[in-house]
Design a protein around this ligand. Structure first.
Ligand code: TMP
Length: 199
């Protein structure tokens, strides 16, 4: 079973992920993330921090996804394991659909085509939804901000996420990310336990 966590920067996704690694330690889950695969992950991080060409960035995110699938996700799913990934392909549809504007005639079509035939759709996706203004307030408290962390940009990213929900409502669970981290963690932990026990 493949479970993903998604949300704009500052939505509390990483805090949730960390909490789940502690709370669900008994379930033998494979915890993983995108971007972050060996060799490509470093190149992606560098591309993000240097605000490089959007085409380079998008290609690296896709390459990272391919390595992630080949080395982590596919083997774990074949083994019958539960996989929880902090970000996955929905991040590409939410973020690169914006950054690729002007570089591809139809970024959404390019993103759809580039994943077709080899990527795996998650069984369940928790989407943290938060007013972008609040998300910016949270990330600006962390010090240096990445180029993705601008209010107008994050507004559009969140819109794209919500479009994805409309296209596949049964896959998504929406979470009000203004709730306390503890409340969110309790809810997601309970949902994952219920879903995985029902399998
Ligand atoms: P992180 O904040 O979860 O570490 O992710 C790093 C940034 O990369 C974040 O701003 C979202 C962005 N991102 C994309 O733009 N496209 C992608 O496909 C992924 C996985 C992340």
């Amino acid at each position: 079973m493949l479970i993903t966590l998604e949300g704009i920067d500052g939505s509390g996704k990483s805090t949730l992920y960390k909490g789940l690694t502690e709370r669900l330690a008994d379930l033998n889950i494979v915890f993983t993330r995108e971007p972050g695969c060996p060799h490509i992950g470093d190149a992606v991080r560098r591309a993000i921090s240097e605000n490089s060409d959007p085409l380079v960035e998008a290609a690296l995110f896709v390459a990272d996804h391919a390595v992630h699938l080949a080395t982590v996700i596919r083997p774990a799913l074949i083994d019958g394991k539960i996989v929880i990934s902090d970000r996955y392909s929905d991040s590409r549809f939410a973020y690169q659909q914006i950054s690729l504007k002007g570089y591809h005639k139809d970024p959404k079509k390019w993103l759809t085509d580039v994943h077709k035939g080899w990527s795996i759709t998650p069984d369940l996706t928790f989407l943290l939804v938060i007013p972008p203004k609040e998300a910016i307030r949270r990330v600006s408290g962390r010090g240096e901000t990445e180029h993705f962390e601008q209010k107008e940009f994050l507004e559009e990213v969140q819109k794209n996420y919500l479009e994805r929900v409309k296209e596949a409502p049964s896959r998504f669970v929406l979470i009000d990310a203004t709730q306390t981290p503890e409340t969110i963690l309790d809810f997601v932990e309970k949902s994952i336990r219920e879903k995985t026990e029902a399998k």
